[in-house]
Design a protein around this ligand. Structure first.
Ligand SMILES: Cc1cc2nc3c(=O)[nH]c(=O)nc-3n(C[C@H](O)[C@H](O)[C@H](O)COP(=O)(O)OP(=O)(O)OC[C@H]3O[C@@H](n4cnc5c(N)ncnc54)[C@H](O)[C@@H]3O)c2cc1C
Length: 333
């Protein structure tokens, strides 16, 4: 099967892969095995996240030209990969840089570009893009009739869905033309504040509900998330009560999560909440009501008071973290 090239977005300081990339990978998988192009460092956390959302290959290129001339240098790398791998499509997020890269790349490849795509599917004659037109009055389906299609995607409209694979990481060697090489970076100063990892793509999510009892006790949710290196969120009720910011509300119309581990603390498991977390790989629920619907979903359930169970859990995690790591050599002797 022909691969699908996905241009990876990072936050300003390059530390976190953006949610937009996980959304692109979700759509790319429908068209073929995704190859994620990382412009910058492909660190372990980034590789793990890209693998979790189905990138079978990661092509990494770290060159100063990518900072000095972001659009032109990315076009060079994408064009190089497109010539070598003949992908079924190239997917790029529909932000300012993405639009510039996509337009230049399409001209370079001599193919066709469809912008602001909301959805993608594989049709008989190749990838089919779905867009909305006339302020949503019509859904339009469009296809590029020749060559490698380039799509810019409105990633906010796409819910990232995990599909874990073990990616193969390769370094890309590109020769940049003189016009790109001639630009030299003199310094670098991130303009924005580093965004925290995102709830929608987090591998570990700890969520609290009404059962936490108060704003103060809700602090246990954050503490447990921090101890497990996860992200905290809350039910609709927890946000209504003001214990949790609205952007971290986990429900059908808020954030939909696909973590490897989901901990529900004092959350009954209403239909709308379940719709947003039921695809987690492992669900652990703590609730004092043994009849709470969350236990129908949970892989591991603890019937108990969160004010007793969560501090004990935290103490156990901290105790284990404090234990010295015994190397295999020490065990053998
Ligand atoms: C007007 C309105 C609008 C709504 N809109 C939405 C919406 O947009 N999205 C949405 O998802 N839902 C919505 N709902 C429904 C409701 O908010 C959801 O059911 C919500 O997910 C419930 O949150 P919860 O699980 O935190 O609270 P609850 O359903 O009240 O569950 C709390 C759980 O905590 C447990 N508990 C209590 N104390 C403790 C303790 N000390 N230790 C352990 N467990 C304990 C209880 O046994 C219970 O299972 C709406 C409801 C109304 C009335």
């Amino acid at each position: 099967m022909r691969p699908v090239l996905v241009l990876v977005d990072h936050t300003a300081t390059q530390r976190t892969v953006c949610r937009s990339t996980c959304a692109l990978l979700t759509l790319a998988r429908r068209l073929g095995p995704p190859t994620a192009l990382v412009c910058g460092r492909a660190d372990a956390a980034g590789v793990a996240l890209l693998g979790r959302f189905g990138a079978t290959r990661i092509a990494a290129v770290a060159r100063p030209e990518l900072d000095a001339h972001p659009a032109a240098a990315r076009v060079e790398v994408l064009a190089h990969l497109a010539r070598r791998t003949r992908p079924a499509a190239v997917l790029i997020a529909s932000h300012r840089l993405g639009q510039e890269v996509a337009a230049r790349l399409t001209a370079r490849l001599g193919t066709g570009l469809i912008t602001d795509v909301a959805d993608l599917r594989m049709g008989a004659g190749g990838p089919v893009a779905v867009k909305s037109a006339l302020e949503g009055a019509y859904r339009v389906e469009a296809r590029v009739s020749g060559g490698t299609p380039v799509f810019t995607v409105r990633t906010d409209a796409v819910i990232p869905v995990a599909a874990p694979v073990e990616p193969e990481v390769r370094r890309v060697d590109v020769t940049f033309p003189p016009a790109v090489r001639a630009v030299r970076r003199l310094g670098r100063r991130p303009a924005g504040v580093e965004l925290p990892p995102e709830l929608a793509t987090a591998a570990i999510v700890v969520a609290g509900g009404r059962g936490m009892g108060s704003q103060q006790s809700f602090g246990l949710v954050g503490a447990l998330a921090e101890a497990l290196r996860g992200i905290a969120g809350g039910s609709h009720t927890a946000t209504e009560l003001g214990w949790c910011p609205r952007r971290d509300q986990i429900d059908q119309l808020g954030t939909i999560v696909h973590p490897r581990l989901y901990l529900a603390l004092g959350i009954s498991g209403s239909v709308r909440h379940r719709a947003a977390m039921q695809h987690a790989e492992t669900i652990v629920a703590i609730d004092r009501d043994p009849g709470a619907p969350i236990f129908d979903l949970a892989h591991l359930g603890v019937v108990g008071d969160v004010h007793r169970v969560v501090p004990e859990l935290l103490a156990e995690i901290r105790r284990r973290k404090a234990q010295p790591v015994i190397s295999s050599r020490e065990v053998a002797t």
